[in-house]
Design a protein around this ligand. Sequence first.
Ligand code: TPP
Ligand code: MG
Length: 892
Amino acid sequence: MDNKIQVPTTEELDVELKEWLESLDYVLDRRTPDQVQTLMRHLQIRAEQAGIDPPFTVTTPYFNTIPRHQQPAFPGNREIERRIKSLVRWNAMAMVTRANRDEDGIGGHISTFASSATLYDVGWNHFFQCANEHHTGDQIFYQGHAAPGMYARAFVEGRLNEDDLKNFRRELADGGGLSSYPHPWLMPDFWQFPTVSMGLGPINSVYQARFNRYLTDRGIKDLSTSRVWAFLGDGEMDEPECPAAIATAGREKLDNLIFVVNCNLQRLDGPVRGNSKIIQEFDGLFRGAGWNVIKVVWGDDWDPLLEKDTEGLLAKRMNEVVDGQYQKYTVSDGAFIRQDFFGTDPNLLKMVEHLSDEQLQKMRRGGHDPEKIYAAYKAAIEHQGAPTVILAKTIKGYGMGEAGEGKNITHQQKKLNEEELSAFRSRFGIPISDEEVTKAPFYRPPQDSIEMKYLHERRQSLGGYTPSRNNQTEPLAAVPTELFEEFKEGSGERLISTTMAFVRILTKLLQDKEIGKLIVPIIPDEARTFGMDSLFRQFGIYSHVGQLYEPVDREMLSYYKEATNGQILEEGITETGSIASFIAAGTAYSTHGINTIPFFIYYSMFGLQRVGDSVWLAGDIRAKGFLIGGTAGRTTLNGEGLQHEDGNSHLLAYPVPNLMAYDPAFAFEIAVIVRDGIRRMYVEQEDIFYYLTVENDPYPMVTMPAGVEAGILKGLYKLKASTQKRAKLKAQLFGMGAILNKTLEAQKILAEKYKVAADVWSITSFKELHNDGLDTDRWNRLHPGEEPRQSYIETSLKDEKGVFVIASDYVKALPESIARWFPKMPISLGTDGFGRSDSREALRDFFEVDARHITLATLNALAAEGQIDIQVVKDAMQDLEIDAEKTNPRLV
Ligand SMILES: Cc1ncc(C[n+]2csc(CCOP(=O)(O)OP(=O)(O)O)c2C)c(N)n1
Ligand SMILES: [Mg+2]
């Protein structure tokens, strides 16, 4: 120990502490909070300079961030609002109970909304702004399985009727029903944001807030007064998208974003963090990420106790009890709470000696106290410079009593029995008689009641009713056609990849006077990979703060230019974040009445495979735009190997019903597809979106043959007929993407060496052909005895002679899926198996999709039909140097 330091006595330390506290009290009385903060920061710096690690933690104490004396006056009528909220609670519970009485196991949730009713109610009465002529409106992400509460509220508002509620989860009933969860696909006038796949609501809401800002900063639409509210579960925050979302929102300082986390301490199976405290964990997480954190832990009956707690005993006790034990208090009586919680210290016991056991048991948590919630929301909307999270402590299954309040089984509780119904009715004062209550009738007060007048007045002052979705938008006038013209010409000898061709199309779209500003390029750190870096300077990379540094490549033509009005969303390495941007941009037509056209360009292997659930959501939410899978194909990407070489994504595109999937081979194919896509999505307003793969294999782009546009869009057209008019042996070769070239090479070999006249066809979409075939079959099945319809493949190939071979750079399941409609069984070549790093040539030999293997497959098929001798095939194998014992690429 430094000998300058004398060991102090306890008394000396006490005096010292007192003096310091008095100094602090002095400034607390006379200075603003900001000034006090500055002072303390200086003290901290001085201590740090002296090598002292300051004892400040990333979490704050376990009580409300806003103390009672800072709470604003509550502007509403508490009593009327309580009655409205109770009615909504009742109808939500009754709807789920009745659905499950009528059909055991139909499901639904009672306990989630029971815990969050106050969180929504305060929003509906005082905050959630709808779009009208004065306001651009808020976007509200409702927690997915709290949906019964939103339906019940809409019923009380008169927006849904009894039949709707009766048909909750019975969408196939006469007249339709209510979807289980928020699905714009199923209820396009009602639900705006799908949220029930946990984790996607949080991340999508963040990127929605960011996109609102992007539109504002680019001067496209001023959304500076719009807020994004996301209502989330505490269990849901375990999904890895959540920390990602939190980091992004903090970094971007999205003060137009408010998270409300319903901390009912429980998830599906049990406690979220039985052994610690989830609110404290979130406190640290969000604060660390730069958020404004507002904790609403305790209701107002705790205020007098906390104000008496000058020694900090209660605060200490609140902080040491873990969530599992708090949950235990929910299901315990007051005597237990007195003994277990307060009984650890005689002074604590003294603090509550004036309260009865019953009063102790009823002491509310913050998330059930409308005034505390109001204070938190008001502070949230006023906060500037950072997003706000409200951590509201609630009770799962609040009001369900014996049926599940705070119990571990509460999430699965789908109905209340007769006794529980009566108890619920009485607890919330619902005007339903004893005789009626067991039927769980829905209840809406008369139109001229105080409750109804109040409710409508509140909503009208906030611009309308929510949730609701705008399903009618002004379409785009027309698609500019000239800009696509140049792509009909081939590139002559010049070698061009489809990626390069796509980038050229995108650039021209961006430059277009009419729709250029609506194009939103989205890239997760791959612009250079796709040769798009030239767009940086031309169109700028979006950054709310512009560019605060001088980029190292400032001297270069295509320097890294960030700008407040930048058009490109360069997202960093996050496909999940990028697709969230895609969804926000692709739904702006509905959310903001703006036809932004997103192009999200990424490594195709990190798309449907990695963010498949978000793509599913994009379908549900009716997002529009283009997903561009770059570097596609198992053999087209030189050297990258197992992780990057994609032979799967087109198969993964099959299940998303409104996703159009194409793998174009030439610039003109891309141009035709993109032009028609914009027309269908933005002029005709079809609720579809596009997946296009592009490749980086350079080859000559051929000139567009006449009259093939319709075929390109339908998925198949004849590219190049054989010139061997008199040959007896015939074959039809089908290729896709970069492998189409191999088919063209095989056409030559077959003609020159084996006298086979082969026609070459381009398949642009297996999925389109497959769907067309399925729809044709279905029609025929349902119309026996009528003239059968023919699929597009059947019509296209009915007069074609010879054998059929299909080759692509994807798994063989794709050609196999369309084989049934061919005049005879085709042979499928494809790239099943893990990728390898090697040259394209070596890979195409390995996976058996090069011209040699296409030739061999054709000869095999001819021999099988007895058109040529088997010896010809054997000789060909020698000529083509194909080893019969080569490894099977599917298995290694
Ligand atoms: C990705 C995903 N995994 C699992 C589920 C199933 N699930 C629905 S609700 C739920 C528990 C939710 O707990 P929490 O987020 O705390 O919400 P609470 O009901 O407690 O408000 C689970 C696991 C889901 N919907 N999505
Ligand atoms: Mg929970």
